[in-house]
Structure formats: structure tokens, C-alpha cells
Design a protein around this ligand. Structure first.
Ligand SMILES: [Ca+2]
Length: 92
């Protein structure tokens, strides 16, 4: 689990190149490269842009680390719901 958390942090820092925010294009690349297995539409630029708008709490057009964590939480939540769903199916 520790390595997973470190990966979350280093992935962000690698994409932002040490800056405090990810630009829109850096965010696009990060999502395409890292989340295509757990999210739909990661290859669709307009869908990723839409998602970025949803995450952008301070509306500065960039993705802060906090906003990125919101996305990670959202993805984790959807994975856990899928797992719960499949367990429920197996018990029926
Ligand atoms: Ca922002």
C-alpha cells in the first residue's frame, strides 16, 4: 500500500515536473497513460477536458495536487463499488 501511495505522488510530480499544478495537456497525458485501465474515455480529449473542469475547484484551468487527489478518490471509489457489485453477484 505504501508503494501505491508513493506511485500516486510520484506520478503527479513527474507529470507536473515539480510545479504546483498540472497544465491541461499534462493532465491529459497523465490520464491517458495511467488511468486507461480503470476509466472510460481516457483517449477522448474532450471527455478528459470535461473531467478536468469537474475537478477544477478553484477554476484556474489547472489541476492542483488536491484536485488530482479528488480524482484518485473518485477512481478508488468506483473500483470499490465495482468490487462490491461483483461480490454481491457471486453471492446470489
Ligand atoms: Ca485548479
Amino acid at each position: 500500500m505504501e508503494s501505491a501511495i508513493k506511485t500516486i505522488v510520484t506520478t503527479y510530480l513527474g507529470s507536473s515536473r515539480g510545479k504546483e499544478n498540472l497544465s491541461g495537456s499534462a493532465f491529459q497525458k497523465l490520464v491517458k497513460k495511467n488511468l486507461s485501465g480503470v476509466m472510460e474515455d481516457t483517449n477522448c480529449s474532450s471527455a478528459v477536458k470535461e473531467m478536468q473542469r469537474g475537478l477544477d475547484e478553484n477554476q484556474d484551468g489547472k489541476v492542483s495536487f488536491q484536485e488530482y487527489l479528488t480524482l484518485i478518490g473518485y477512481v478508488a471509489n468506483s473500483i470499490s463499488q465495482q468490487k462490491c457489485g461483483s461480490n454481491a453477484d457471486a453471492s446470489q
